[in-house]
Write a protein that binds this ligand. Structure first.
Ligand SMILES: Cc1cc2nc3c(=O)[nH]c(=O)nc-3n(C[C@H](O)[C@H](O)[C@H](O)COP(=O)(O)OP(=O)(O)OC[C@H]3O[C@@H](n4cnc5c(N)ncnc54)[C@H](O)[C@@H]3O)c2cc1C
Length: 374
């Protein structure tokens, strides 16, 4: 069997590796010429994403490109600790994650073609590309991200992602903070996420705004956003040597109604645009679960894949929305957040968060057929 994967970001190469593990031929078609390398921004993989990578033999290679930060601490802008949780977490540049996954996919025997943008898919699952080329396969997998083209092919009425009320900019700072902890500080005007790594402290400022600014603010303007907050945010910005590009956060709160049709299926942000947070983790999980379903019940694999994944990704979309609300709230709501969060975070971290972090793709057990087929 042969799969064509559209998109060589996170979900695409993981799907390619997992499908090679079950004996499929795979070609990945990626629109951009190369991964972002050390540029771009950083992502964190939690226990759930790392466990899914482990199932297909990729955890160690990915972890080796990043920094383990097992402690998470949340802070208010007044310097009050709002929460603390200890969990597996590897933080790395998104470009390094993509680079590593693509290398692993090629080692597993997949072909990756870069600079190839999907335009359409017609009869017989024949895809056409912007460079004039075409290709067909038994299965077309849309791992083409938040603005997925395949989503619109599967369902021309599919909604599109819109601005989520938050933009972000970041960098790598020479200002050092103690190693081993990933921090999130909810400031008066913006949120600062920062992570110590051997090469400097990675940080990302998440700024609420009714619309994205026309230009990226200067260093002093950014630092001024955190001037009233306690903690290292302003200093991190002042001592930044390498800047990561500004990103406008996008979301689709209602979700994607249709994930598959006629041998075409969506994964990752194409299926459930998350904005940030757990998006890369879910993309990895999706890809491994899809391959497991194809391995165990090829006839009903796409139905079973959606059955297994939809409840979890819907729940995660709700959490992502709540997390965004916590960052875009006004001063009164922010005070309430700072008072209530220690209570709720403790409960969530100790009990309620298990569904998110303990999830297992169950690669080594046989998946049941889709329930409609039993
Ligand atoms: C600032 C920021 C921080 C984040 N932090 C985290 C984090 O800490 N943890 C986490 O889990 N997630 C995080 N995320 C979310 C995470 O990056 C995404 O959810 C994840 O990358 C989704 O993976 P994907 O493979 O579905 O899509 P992508 O990684 O976006 O990959 C899609 C790929 O498809 C390609 N493509 C697009 N259109 C076409 C086409 N027509 N033809 C061919 N190729 C195409 C693109 O070039 C791209 O390479 C963050 C996101 C942002 C913006």
């Amino acid at each position: 069997m042969e799969a064509m994967v559209i998109g060589g970001g996170v979900a695409g190469p993981v799907a390619a590796i997992a499908l090679r593990r079950i004996g499929w031929d795979v070609t990945v078609h990626e629109a951009c010429p190369d991964p972002a390398g050390d540029v771009g921004s950083f992502v964190s993989l939690g226990d759930n994403g790392l466990r899914a990578l482990e199932a297909i033999g990729c955890r160690d290679a990915v972890a080796a490109r990043g920094t383990e930060l097992p402690l998470l601490r949340l802070w208010s802008g007044r310097g009050r600790q709002l929460g603390e949780a200890r969990r597996g977490r590897v933080t790395l540049m998104r470009g390094h994650l993509v680079e590593t996954l693509r290398d692993l996919a090629q080692e597993a025997g997949a072909t990756i073609v870069t600079g190839r943008r999907l335009v359409d898919v017609g009869a017989g699952r024949t895809a056409t590309f912007a460079d004039g080329g075409s290709a067909s396969a038994d299965l077309v997998i849309g791992a083409d991200g938040i603005h997925s083209r395949l989503r619109g092919v599967i369902d021309p009425a599919a909604p599109v992602a819109g601005y989520a009320g938050l933009w972000t900019v970041g960098g790598r700072s020479a200002h050092q903070v103690a190693p081993g902890t990933f921090h999130i500080m909810f400031g008066a005007k913006a949120t600062m996420v920062y992570a110590p790594t051997p090469g400097g402290t990675l940080w990302a400022a998440q700024v609420p705004a009714p619309k994205p600014p026309a230009r990226t603010p200067e260093r002093d303007e950014l630092a001024a956003l955190f001037a009233g907050d306690r903690g290292p945010a302003a200093e991190l910005i002042r001592r930044t040597g390498q800047w990561h590009p500004r990103t406008v956060m996008q979301a689709m709160p209602g979700g994607v109604p249709r994930w598959h049709r006629d041998g075409m299926v969506l994964l990752g942000d194409a299926a459930h645009p998350m904005g940030a947070g757990q998006g890369a983790n879910l993309a990895v999980e999706d890809a491994v679960v899809l391959a497991r379903c194809l391995r165990d019940n090829p006839e009903t694999a796409l139905e079973r894949y959606e059955e297994l994944r939809r409840p979890r990704t819907d729940q995660m979309l709700k959490v992502a929305g709540a997390n965004r609300d916590a960052k875009v709230s006004g001063p009164v709501a922010a005070r309430v957040r700072d008072v209530m969060m220690p209570f709720f975070f403790k409960r969530f971290a100790e009990k309620g968060g298990a569904w998110m972090h303990d999830y297992d793709v169950e690669w080594n057990s046989v998946s049941a057929p889709a329930s409609a087929s039993t």
